[in-house]
Design a protein around this ligand. Structure first.
Ligand code: SAM
Ligand code: SF4
Length: 461
């Protein structure tokens, strides 16, 4: 596949992202790295000289999507198109040995720590036709010297750390993203300041377990306080903390800084102590429930959301009922529920046969989804009649005459703006009139209330 003179000039890259917010952030890094190497980023696949898929490995259905997509791309290549195809991220890293077959449609494989090598790898395959791969995981790469290329908007994500050292037995992340590393507080604060200068109003700090953020003497609470002090930012969020070591200092910082949003995503995973131990989560049902009480005590009105896995190996019906019991007790505002999916390389894959049947997993997840819908509706109904601050993000998807925004607690609000004049990034007072499990519906409380200062949150520490 030796490139012609014409092809040397054409370097348009089309990038598709699968999976979590960390992957979205990584795609912004990749776009920045390529744009700084004279590649043009295109949103039109048909114009692309290079197609990159930034992949996810967290569950088998994430892999299935990529295999299906590679099938489409094979047709494209078989039809004579000389496009270069690259597989990036977690799936590439996790399946490296299995993927590098000479008959594969993929030309380039790059794991999450190899993105700076992409321009050279693409150039090389274009010049020599030889496939390239780089799966080196680094203990140091944190990309803090790369400023992500973002789509302008209201919210920007900042990855404050990479990798994970927790080795929950079901989870592939420590194998695909490597050892945990934190960026310096200064580099995160500088990125937040630059985002403000570009018009972003909210930042969400991102890490696999933000509680273990450490940079010199700074911990995550110090980092949140520093980012919340950046002038011009309206809101600061974070995800995810681990229930095993949630620091009281972080709750105090949340309670003290009005800009830090009233939302904690606290992944439960399971309600049974025996299952939690097999998962290596290192907390118990009792300590999780005690933490929920403490968070609600110190941050009144906090929104709590969670992740739950059903059908972990050997989970019995009675143990599943303990998950139901915790969900009944906590009544989360929302929950992501997953069927256990065996992942190559993980501890569970090596030690525990995937012995809960698909039918049992389905039965359990349906129970949880129904239960959570009930709780979400109940929590959203509690908002009816209240007037809440909403940060407007965009026009509503269903109706351009309506706006979509979020409350401090991350609830989605759809509102009419009959008086006009509000735009993305405005903070407005909205009176909630109706609710579904996933959405609140409201109307502007007063056209000029966005000028009112945000009230200080009640502190109960
Ligand atoms: N670091 C985050 C934490 O500890 O909460 C989790 C990140 S992971 C991308 C998001 C969620 O995927 C996890 O909380 C878990 O519920 C789910 N998950 C991870 N591995 C899984 C597996 N093998 N099968 C099913 N769900 C899984
Ligand atoms: Fe995976 Fe556990 Fe790390 Fe979260 S904390 S990324 S679930 S190993």
């Amino acid at each position: 596949m030796i490139e012609t003179k014409k092809e040397k000039q054409a370097k348009r890259v089309y990038l598709e992202t699968y999976g979590c917010q960390m992957n979205e952030y990584d795609s912004e890094l990749v776009k920045s790295i390529l744009a700084n190497s004279d590649y043009e980023i295109t949103t039109r696949e048909e114009d692309a000289d290079v197609i990159l898929l930034n992949t996810c490995a967290i569950r088998e259905n994430a892999h299935d999507k990529i295999y299906a997509r590679l099938g489409d791309l094979k047709h494209l290549k078989n039809s004579g198109n000389r496009v270069v195809i690259g597989l990036l991220g977690c799936m590439a890293q996790n399946l490296r040995g299995n993927l590098e077959r000479s008959d594969s449609v993929v030309d380039i494989y790059a794991g999450p720590d190899s993105y700076k090598r992409l321009p050279a790898m693409i150039d090389s395959v274009r010049q020599t036709g030889r496939k390239g791969f780089d799966f080196n995981l680094s203990e140091f790469e944190d990309y803090s010297d790369v400023y992500p290329k973002r789509v302008p908007g209201v919210n920007a994500w900042i990855a404050v750390m990479r990798g994970c050292d927790n080795f929950c037995t079901f989870c592939v992340v420590p194998y695909t993203r490597g050892r945990e590393r934190s960026r310096s507080l200064q580099s995160v604060v500088s990125e937040a300041k630059r985002l403000v200068s570009e018009g972003f109003k909210q930042v969400t700090l991102l890490g696999q377990n933000v509680n273990s953020y450490r940079s010199h003497h700074d911990d995550f609470a110090d980092l949140m306080a520093a980012v919340a002090s950046v002038d011009g930012l309206k809101r600061v969020r974070f995800t995810s903390p681990h229930p095993k070591d949630f620091p009281e200092k972080l709750l105090k910082v949340m309670a003290e800084h009005a800009k830090i949003c009233n939302h904690v995503h606290l992944p439960l995973q399971a309600g049974s102590d025996r299952v939690l131990e097999m998962m290596a989560r290192t907390y118990t049902k009792k300590s999780f429930l005690a933490l929920v009480d403490k968070i609600r005590d110190m941050v009144p009105g906090v929104t709590l959301t969670t992740d739950v896995i059903v059908g972990f190996p050997t989970e019995t019906d009675a143990e599943f009922e303990e998950t139901v019991e915790v969900m009944e007790k906590v009544q989360f505002d929302s929950a992501f529920t997953f069927k256990y999916s065996e992942r190559q390389n993980t501890i569970a894959y090596r030690k525990f046969p995937d012995d809960v049947t698909e039918a049992q997993k389905t039965e359990r997840i349906v129970r949880l989804v129904d239960l959570q819908k009930k709780h979400s509706l109940h929590r959203n109904y509690e908002q009816i009649g209240k007037t809440v601050k909403v940060l407007i993000e965009n026009h509503s998807k269903r109706n351009v005459a309506e706006w979509m925004g979020r409350t401090d607690g991350n609830r989605i609000v759809v509102l009419k703006d009959d008086k006009g004049g509000h735009v993305e990034g405005s903070m407005v007072d909205v009176t909630i009139r109706d609710a579904t499990p996933h959405t609140l519906f409201g109307e502007l409380h007063d056209a000029c209330c966005s000028l009112h200062p945000q009230p200080e949150r009640q502190i109960a520490v």
